[in-house]
Design a protein around this ligand. Structure first.
Ligand code: ATP
Ligand code: MG
Length: 378
């Protein structure tokens, strides 16, 4: 192991002890300072940075315990490790020192190689902790940069794409009647692909907003039944395309909700489109009912399908961004694996949650619970 040098503070009222220790540590390449008593030690610590303190317990006036307590008020165990020097056979002292926040101890007379080994261990731990903190700060900053980049890119991409889709749709109307079947088929492809790309960009933009904490929630009161009708109407083509049937069970007393209706719609759209996409010639059921949870009034939306289902391993990875059950899924079914990540984020933004049960070859059940009355954001 490479020797980890650093700035050490030796606190001992006995001149002989501290000078000997200082000499030996200096020789090992450490930078040392000495303090004759507790007050001096605390003044030094307040004035300059140290990597470790070697602190004698038995000192007149202010003892080592008091000094230790004062150090721990401003410095954590990893920021400033403290090794206590205790008399032999004083296990009570050791226990007390550790409970007050000492990192380790050595017994007097100090066995230098032992003290050195303990110093090295504490310094290595401190360095590791510092490296970890630095990496965390760096990763968080990188993540914020990524989110900002995604947000601005998504914005820049949407504008031209909307115009591509818009003009394509104008051409598709074939007002002049000069486009033949093939032309129209090409235009339909452009429109469909453009729309798909736009959805992807919208998802990425949403995700970057959620991740950077900038996703806003606009709550309003709406009839649950009306939203269900809208969502079902827009999911219908996908459900029909795979020759599935849709059963709708909406409880009569489901009533109104106060929440962000766009997000509720998006949650249900994602679940229904997944059910439609991953089920062929099967049955999809949407159950909607009131459900009280821990005294909170809510609505539960259950989407059940008889489709391909998922293994336990696949379910575990389900809510991670850009994850699809297996590599062949994206090739066969399209999509990017953002739908459920966003769905879960939205559920928690609205104060609810999502759960799933699935079995390969049999189907899946997704259940979303949302409070009837969303908390108004501060
Ligand atoms: N109802 C379902 N039945 C079987 N597998 C499903 C079901 N819903 C989701 N999955 C699996 O979970 C994966 C992730 O779903 P998610 O909705 O996040 O992404 P996607 O549908 O592939 O793409 P996107 O929604 O972004 O267009 C899917 O690729 C699929 O493998
Ligand atoms: Mg999906």
């Amino acid at each position: 192991m490479q020797t980890d040098t650093g700035r050490l503070l030796i606190v001992d009222d006995n001149k002989m002890n501290r000078e000997v220790l200082r000499l030996r540590l200096d020789r090992k390449g450490y930078e040392t300072e000495i303090a004759e008593n507790g007050r001096q030690a605390l003044a030094l610590i307040a004035a300059q940075p140290f990597d470790l303190v070697l602190l004698d317990i038995m000192m007149p006036d202010m003892d080592g315990f008091q000094v230790l307590e004062a150090i721990r008020e401003g410095h954590s165990l990893t920021k400033l490790p403290v090794i206590m020097a205790t008399a032999k056979d004083m296990s009570d002292d050791i226990v007390k020192a550790m409970s007050l926040g000492a990192n380790d101890y050595v017994t007097k007379p100090i066995d230098f190689p032992v003290a050195l080994a303990r110093i090295q261990t504490q310094l290595a731990l401190k360095r590791a902790e510092e490296a970890l903190q630095a990496a965390k700060v760096e990763a968080e900053e990188a993540n914020r940069t990524k989110s900002r980049f995604l947000a601005s890119m998504s914005h820049e991409l949407r504008t031209p794409l909307n115009s591509v889709i818009g003009f394509t749709n104008i051409l598709l109307k074939n007002r002049k009647g000069n486009l033949d079947k093939k032309d129209l088929m090409y235009l339909e492809r452009i429109s469909a692909n453009g729309t798909q790309l736009l959805e992807l960009i919208n998802d990425v933009l949403d995700l970057s907003k959620v991740e950077s904490g900038r996703m806003e929630v606009f709550s309003e009161t709406f009839e649950v039944k009306t939203v269900i009708e809208d969502v079902v109407a827009s999911a219908r083509p996908l459900i029909d395309r795979n020759e599935n049937t849709l059963d709708l069970h909406v409880a009569d007393d489901v009533g109104a909700m106060y929440a962000d209706v766009t997000k509720v719609r998006q949650i249900l759209n994602n679940l229904l489109s997944n059910a439609g996409k991953f089920t062929h010639k099967g049955r999809i059921t949407l159950d909607v009912a009131r459900q009280n949870r821990n005294g909170v009034d809510g609505v539960v939306f259950g989407v059940t399908d008889t489709g391909i289902g998922m293994t336990v391993e696949q379910v575990e990875k389900l809510f991670q961004p850009f994850t699809q059950a297996d590599a062949s899924t994206s090739r066969r079914y399209g999509g990017t694996g953002l739908g459920l990540t966003l769905t879960r984020q939205f559920c928690s933004l609205l104060g609810g949650d999502i759960s799933v049960e699935s079995e390969p070859g049999r189907g899946s059940v997704f259940a979303v619970w949302l409070p009837v009355q969303a908390k108004t954001q501060a």
